[in-house]
Design a protein around this ligand. Structure first.
Ligand SMILES: O=C(O)CC1=CCC(=O)O1
Length: 96
C-alpha cells in the first residue's frame, strides 16, 4: 500500500549541534536502508523548507505508523499522511 507522507522537521533552537548532527546521521542511515529495501520509495526535499515529501510502500497503515515512529527525527517532526490508490488513467503498472 502506498502512502504520501509530508514530514516537516523542527529542531529545538537550543539543541546542541553535535546532538542534531547525530540525529541527522542516524536518520540518513535508516532512510537509506529503507530506500534500499523498497519501503521508502521516494524522498524529495521541499524547496526552501526543512521538510520532505516521501512515498512509502508498506503493508498497511499500522506498518507505516511503526516505520515512522522508528525515525530518529520523529520526535521533532510534524507528519501528514495521505493514503494512495491506483489512478485508472495511470500508464504505470507498478503502482498498488
Ligand atoms: O531532512 C529531512 O527532511 C528529514 C529526513 C528524512 C530522511 C532523512 O534522511 O532526513
Amino acid at each position: 500500500m502506498l502512502f504520501h507522507v509530508r514530514m516537516t522537521v523542527t529542531l529545538p533552537t537550543d539543541m546542541p549541534a553535535e546532538q542534531a548532527a547525530r540525529l541527522k546521521a542516524d536518520e540518513k542511515e535508516l532512510a537509506q536502508r529503507l530506500q534500499r529495501e523498497g519501503t521508502w520509495r521516494h524522498l524529495w526535499r521541499i524547496a526552501g523548507l526543512y521538510a520532505n515529501v516521501s512515498i512509502f510502500d508498506v503493508a498497511d497503515a499500522q506498518a507505516l505508523h511503526d516505520t515512522l515512529m522508528q525515525l530518529p527525527l520523529y520526535p521533532y517532526m510534524d507528519i501528514e499522511v495521505m493514503a494512495l490508490c491506483r489512478h485508472p488513467s495511470s500508464i504505470h503498472d507498478d503502482e498498488r
